[in-house]
Design a protein around this ligand. Sequence first.
Ligand code: 6PG
Length: 427
Amino acid sequence: MGAELGQYSRSGRSAPCPVTHRPSEGSRRRHGTVPLLEAGDIILMEEFRVQDTTRRCKELREKGVLFVGSGVSGGEEGARYGPSLMPGGDKEAWPHIKKIFQSVAAKVNTGEPCCDWVGEEGAGHFVKMVHNGIEYGDMQLICEAYHLMKDILGMEHDEMATVFGEWNKTELDSFLIEITANILKFRDSDGKHLLPKIKDSAGQKGTGKWTAISALEYGVPVTLIGEAVFARCLSSLKDERVQASKRLDGPKMTQFSGNKKAFLEDIRKALYASKIISYAQGFMLLRQAAKEFGWTINYGGIALMWRGGCIIRSAFLGKIKDAFDRNPDLQNLLLDDFFKKAVEDCQDSWRRVISTGVQIGIPMPCFTTALSFYDGYRHEMLPANLIQAQRDYFGAHTYELLWKPGEFIHTNWTGHGGNVSSSSYNA
Ligand code: 6PG
């Protein structure tokens, strides 16, 4: 999609033409857009860093100018037929731009637009950033399924295309599954499949990385997006991997001896369960950001905005919308009855795929991290008590007893460490 959406005048004065390129920060300062604006003007801007949107919102508010930062997703098709729009910023602007935004946006089958007010300040851009992180996760999950089909089941491209086409009629119905089927069957001008000729080194513009950085910053375990970013980084070490492939041995077992049809269904279910985890993690990050910045975020509205027009559009997002309609304060998607049952129904398949893939030596960073998250999240007791004891042992960092939360104590574990504890703070 384009860069800035341009400016819109509330007062009815002719608005300056939409800017079609993104000027550098230096050029913005030199040419100074702000002095040309009057109180009541509205600035609309697409995809920028959340911190910049929040700062601009605050600075312009003082001048009476309303700033809206809108996420835009949909690629080339979205640009022509309607994207998903995720506006946030100064809410006073929303009644003035709502009609334009919602008429431009893609619509779902019911006719509802894939655009609604997201929240204050940089909320629109934050939501778009998380959208992109989820996009990285979805793409990597599909790649892992493709890898398993290709290297464990030895499937040909047309056969894989048929399977992805079939999967697109199930819970996995989505734009990314649909284009994967099309990509798999695509043939080059020489009549051969194009996909195996493409260098296996993934690029990235950085929004997935920003999501992972935010997750670390706010302490939210968005493990699947993190792994998806690292999987791209590992893929880009092509020369190093070529060298390593000649030196490092894998497992002895490289042949699959099970039932191919059953294993394919297992892969489909592993992909579905992992996808649920990814979205649950993405919404955990949105919830935490809302807390950090004091935003009121419309979670069901976000699921609807992503339901059509954008790259992660899928039938599945309708189910997320339903979950937030049932309970707008839903703490975690996994606790919604529909998603709880969906994951439980998939888990035997999911575990079988991961154990088979691990035994044969196929990398599945996102399938595996999703399952580890699920197992970690559903455990009342994790081994972090030992981490606390170790920290206290070597650094007097203190720990809490299970029955005395909030009271931090230190133990003199060795008898010669003394009883002085370090100050207690958390990063
Ligand atoms: C969208 C896309 C769009 C772009 C990605 C590609 O929603 O329309 O997400 O924003 O295609 O930025 O990102 P990478 O280059 O990082 O894969």
